[in-house]
Write a protein that binds this ligand. Structure first.
Ligand SMILES: [Zn+2]
Length: 409
């Protein structure tokens, strides 16, 4: 494989992201939800770039655009690369999209040279869960797990099935979207969407695991009463109990490596300035790359809440709203990615991802590896989301070497 001009390819990636940013449902903003009209234009652009790079392109029944770069011989295994092209409302230009165009750029870098494995670049149609309130429609089609979502409806009552039809595709052919083995793995490049790489002065990171997550709702119930006539020692104030507990959650999470815990919502009843709060209902979001650590943390937080409730004469109730396990990246494929980085003189940070990605779904059936790129300011899901062209070049250099390492597998 000849030396690839990754700086030029990185610039090209930036241009491709700019062009895709113009495919939007909202003039002046970047909004592109699952199979909305502008997806046609995004597909047109991506298809042209993929074909230029020598890929055979088709759109599957879930709206995933898929370009296959054939191997030097038939019947070879394939490496999957890519990310998603849907966005949150008023998004930035790089979340998801960057990983798709970088995968195309890596194939461009081959300049027509064939490998002993095929490459399939996937532009997943849906990852964010905006339109149908459920994420990963695109990747779930590749793992054969999208069928149960077909009857889900969006805010206008349009089902996934109908949305697929409206886009000009045939939902009856969803099963054909499933990836056929043999597959070497799935490699996703994505912006970090957080501040860790930047805070350590690193441009690129290698993901070892995507954190597991628990979401709960808790309520302290005391007694609402007159703020003037109820002496301090005769109160059952739900809000001060909540305040005490929230500060404790922060303290415990700060003291536990790799743990993040957030109380992001609270409703106080009755919610008047001159009434002692009778009820405080809160959300709790707990994440860790180790499921045991996460479960222990949730137990501890509940236990502490119970102690506070008891001491203050309140009642505590809670319910678990959502729980999903951490997803480990494939050890061997990740080691290959790391070896590729070292071979080109880079030492990316090994880290966990605090956000979900397509790689999470793909990991259920294929070996997966993930490369993170620094997010300037840690900003994402926001118009100011950015990426440094030198980080894109560095990641592409690792990517090129990774393709070479796989050739020598
Ligand atoms: Zn994303």
């Amino acid at each position: 494989m000849q030396r690839v001009d990754t700086v030029r390819l990185a610039q090209r990636c930036m241009e491709m992201c700019d062009a895709l940013a113009k495919c939007t449902e909202e003039e002046g903003h970047i909004t592109r939800t699952f199979l909305a009209e502008p997806t046609h234009e995004a597909h047109r652009l991506l298809r042209a770039w993929m074909e230029q790079a020598g890929m055979a392109v088709q759109v599957d029944a879930a709206g995933n655009l898929r370009g296959v770069y054939a191997a030097e011989v038939g019947n070879a295994p394939r490496l999957l690369m890519g990310s998603h092209i849907d966005t949150v409302p008023d998004a930035g230009a790089y979340d998801g999209v960057l990983g798709v165009v970088m995968a195309i750029a890596l194939v461009e870098g081959l300049a027509g040279g064939k490998l002993n494995y095929a490459i399939e670049v996937v532009a997943f149609s849906e990852e964010e869960g905006v339109r149908f309130g459920v994420p990963f429609l695109g990747s779930r089609a590749l793992t054969g797990d999208a069928e149960p979502l077909l009857e889900r409806a969006d805010a206008d009552g349009i089902s996934v099935r109908q949305a697929i039809r409206n886009f000009g595709l045939d939902p009856e052919r969803l099963a054909e979207a499933r990836v056929q083995q043999p597959v070497l793995g799935f490699m996703e490049m994505h912006i970090e969407q957080g501040p860790v790489l930047e805070s350590l002065g690193q441009g690129v990171g290698i993901v070892e695991a995507i954190v597991g997550q628990s979401r709960l709702q808790l309520a302290f119930t005391g007694r609402a009463n007159h703020a003037g006539t109820t002496p301090m020692h005769l109160r059952q104030d739900a809000l001060v109990a909540a305040a005490e507990w929230i500060a404790l959650v922060e303290r415990e999470a700060s003291a536990t490596a790799g743990l993040v815990a957030t109380v992001g919502q609270m409703q106080v009843k009755p919610g008047a300035g001159n009434v002692v709060p009778g009820e405080a209902v809160m959300s709790l979001d707990v994440r860790h790359a180790d499921d045991t650590e996460r479960r222990m943390a949730v137990e501890l937080f509940l236990h502490r809440a119970q102690e506070i409730a008891q001491r203050r004469g309140l009642m505590l109730t809670h319910s678990i709203r959502m729980e999903h396990s951490a997803v480990q990246m494939d050890v061997a494929l990740t080691a290959r990615l790391e070896a590729a980085a070292h071979a080109v003189g880079q030492h990316p940070l090994c880290m966990t991802s605090g956000a979900g990605h397509d790689a999470m779904v793909m990991a259920q059936q294929f070996p997966v590896a993930m490369l993170f790129l620094r997010s300037p300011g840690g900003i994402s899901h926001h118009p100011e989301e950015a990426v440094l062209v030198e980080d894109v070049a560095a990641a592409l250099e690792i990517g090129c070497q990774f393709l070479q390492e796989l050739e020598n597998r």
